[in-house]
Design a protein around this ligand. Structure first.
Ligand code: 8X3
Length: 253
């Protein structure tokens, strides 16, 4: 394969989906993972037709360790030369105080945002170590830098991603592998719809009165980060809407 290879987790929607399109346009072949098979299938068709991108689909739930291991261990050898791993899969479930939040929501967030990221990295990083080359991008959040009320566990998972990223950076530096964290503020994707269990009105309130980031903004940032020269590693990038200055400060019109 003369195109580079990127693996994107959570490619069925939002930032993962936009990043898949942008990387396909920029000469990457793609391994795309996600839970929703029909969405993966239609994305594959689009990327192959529009951009001549070879695409390998892995349909599994990142929360389930065995499924994740089985899917990744099934990757053919010629696809194991992964240049870029984008640990994008993540979600917020619910918004509530520690005394009454739903414990199942906590499990979902911890299992997806922290454990899922680790399961994938544990399998893919040795392939990079073997080649002494690669780049791992972890999608963090403003919630990985600040804690806000009713978000204890979501913020906890993203703080964990930030800590894991920093340690990975140090561990993998001698192996010739780049590690970067990208931490967005408010991005208008399915994120809030998922957080509020499909309540469109509540989700829309989050982005009301200002222009949030869109998935393409983050996809473009990822492309920038992975196309720096060999001697440049972008360790940590916080990217916010112009009218959002912290997790809780918005200039709404
Ligand atoms: C998403 C940003 O502020 O909703 O990670 O937690 S926030």
């Amino acid at each position: 394969m003369n195109r580079k290879i990127a693996l994107i987790t959570g490619a069925t929607a939002g930032i993962g989906h936009e990043t898949a399109i942008l990387l396909a346009q920029n000469n990457y072949n793609l391994i795309l993972t996600g839970r929703r098979k029909e969405r993966l299938d239609s994305l594959k068709t689009k990327l192959e037709l529009d951009f001549g991108c070879q695409t390998l689909l892995l349909n599994f739930d990142i929360r389930i360790r065995k499924s994740t291991e089985n899917a990744l261990n099934s990757v053919p050898d010629e696809w194991k030369a992964i240049d870029v791993l984008i640990n994008n899969a993540g979600l917020a479930a619910g918004l509530g105080p520690v005394n009454s939040a739903d414990v199942d929501d906590w499990d979902t967030m911890i299992d997806t945002n922290v454990k899922g990221l680790l399961y994938v990295t544990r399998i893919v990083s040795p392939w990079m170590v073997e080649r002494q080359s690669g780049h791992i991008i972890n999608l963090s959040s403003i919630a990985g830098k600040e804690a806000y009320p009713n978000g204890s566990v979501y913020c906890g998972t993203k703080h964990a991603v930030a800590a894991i990223t920093k340690a990975m950076r140090i561990e993998l530096m001698p192996q010739g592998i780049k590690v970067s964290s990208i931490a967005p503020g408010a991005v208008d994707t399915e994120f809030s719809l998922v957080r509020f269990r499909g309540d469109r009105e509540k989700a829309d309130q989050v982005y009301k009165g200002f222009s949030p980031l869109v998935a393409k903004d983050i996809a473009e940032t990822i492309l920038f980060v992975i196309t720096r020269p060999a001697h440049v590693n972008i360790d940590d990038l916080l990217i916010m809407p112009t009218n959002q200055a912290s997790a809780r400060d918005f200039n709404r019109k």
